[in-house]
Write a protein that binds this ligand. Structure first.
Ligand SMILES: Cc1ncc(COP(=O)(O)O)c(C=O)c1O
Length: 443
């Protein structure tokens, strides 16, 4: 029996060590989500809350889509698990073909994982191994970006650039970081900021320092989500890509947030007009319904592994997860991809984006706001700290919004907003009314 409708007491909450959560505060002030439908979540107290972050940026097409829940129920009844190594299941091949078809031309081979973090570390291993297979084994270094987020595994936190996610964990893998692109002079830009393309040139300095013969790949999010929606300046990503190409360095796009419609295009690569060598995906692939991620690589990368693979029975890429291509996750992904294509989800996001942008920027001038940033259906407010604590006000605003029927996320000194693609203008209005009340009532 599920315990969805129970309100557990304090003791019943103790055993779960919650992820990215202030456990002590939460257990004294719990928020329990027990249902989801469309753009709304429901709580154990029977409250309805507008999901202004699409889950954790993953459920943009709305919760409990019958197409997905039915596909999952049917799928698990037919095949609950199939071994992932040396044996395949047809759904995994179908997912790969569908992902290949919608990702930019040239990204042709799809490796399946179970999360964004696994996808990131898979991509990093793939990049290093690629160079080794090509006889360039010294190309091992990675370059990430300050304030970048690439999940929580050791590779991901090494290339990631959020100090709080790294400081407790000691040595990671060797990585340098490009400067972030959040410039004070670009504050309150709508969409892509004008200034800062030249920040990409910092890559030349890192190449001069280490030599390209020692660098495997650069990894960036097309726009940074978890750091508070930091949008690339006009021309920046193209410049970064040109420098990578010039020096024979692979470019990895972490599209865990920007993939599957958030930018108003299918992928950030489409929105910003730059195609990487490797694309990292997760979240929207199944609309969040079942964990799943993917890494999409070029034909050149895949064929390099095949050519260097040794005898035919040998494993060319000794990497994979027990649950790679899990049939139930695949069933969810195929149903989600159907909706994504049939309902023109990216176009829906693009249509709502200008209204979202206007309403978001109308908050300018309210208490504590230092900057407003947005792209597609993603937005963030940068909030001034209080008493030397940069995170306190966003946290208080998040809790107030929740109490008033809105879920948005606080992360560091920012409030992050990513409404479902199926939202309408009225829901966007309600979102900003609740948020603006929370801002004005926060000291
Ligand atoms: C850009 C990016 N990469 C990787 C991840 C990690 O994904 P997961 O939490 O599924 O491991 C996230 C999660 O938010 C993300 O935003």
């Amino acid at each position: 029996m599920s315990s969805y409708n129970q309100n557990p007491d304090r003791e019943a909450l103790e055993a779960l060590w919650m992820p990215y959560t202030s456990n002590r505060y939460f257990k004294d002030n719990p928020i329990l989500v027990t249902g989801g439908e469309g753009a709304y979540l429901t709580t154990s107290e029977g409250k309805t809350v507008f999901d202004g972050l699409s889950g954790l940026w993953c459920s943009g097409m709305g919760h409990c889509r019958s197409e997905i829940t039915e596909a999952v129920s049917k799928g698990i009844g037919q095949l609950d698990y199939s071994p992932a190594f040396q044996v395949g299941n047809p759904l995994a091949f179908e997912v790969a073909n569908r992902v290949k078809a919608i990702t930019p031309d040239g990204l042709d081979y799809v490796f399946l994982t179970n999360s964004g973090s696994e996808s990131v570390d898979t991509a990093l291993k793939m990049a290093r191994a690629y160079w080794r297979q090509k006889g360039q084994a010294t190309k091992t270094r990675f370059i990430g970006r300050s304030r970048g987020y690439h999940g929580v595994n050791f590779g991901g936190i090494s290339v990631g650039g959020i100090g709080a996610n790294r400081k407790l964990y000691g040595q990671g893998i060797e990585a340098d970081h490009l400067p972030h692109t959040c410039l004070a002079e670009n504050a309150y830009s709508k969409g892509m900021p004008e200034k800062g393309a030249n920040l990409a040139d910092h890559l030349e300095e890192l190449v001069a320092l280490h030599d390209a013969s020692n660098i495997a790949a650069v990894i960036v999010e097309p726009f940074s989500g978890s750091a508070g929606v930091i949008i690339p300046p006009v021309g920046y990503l193209k410049r970064l890509s040109d420098i990578c190409k010039k020096h024979n360095i692979l470019m990895i796009f972490d599209e865990v947030i920007t993939g599957f419609g958030r930018t108003g295009h299918a992928f950030g690569a489409d929105a910003f007009g730059v195609t990487p060598d490797i694309m990292v995906l997760a979240k929207g692939l199944t609309n969040g319904a079942v964990p799943m991620g993917a890494v999409v690589a070029t034909d050149e990368i895949y064929q390099t592994f095949m050519a260097a693979g040794g005898p035919e029975h040998a494993v060319e890429f000794p990497h994979g997860y027990t649950y790679s291509g899990h049939p139930v996750a695949c069933a969810a992904a195929l149903a989600a991809l159907d909706i994504f294509e049939n309902d023109n989800i990216a176009a829906k996001a693009a249509e709502l984006a200008p209204y979202f942008e206007t309403q978001l920027h109308n908050l300018k001038g309210l208490n504590h706001i230092e900057d407003i940033r947005n792209f597609g259906l993603a937005g963030a407010l940068q909030i001034a700290g209080r008493d030397g604590d940069p995170a306190i006000r966003p946290f208080e605003i998040f809790r107030k919004c929740w109490d008033n029927g809105l879920f948005i996320r606080s992360g560091g000194n920012t409030i992050q907003i990513a409404p479902p693609f199926i939202s309408d203008k009225q829901q966007i209005d309600t979102l900003f009314n609740i948020l603006s009340d929370a801002l004005t009532s926060t000291k």
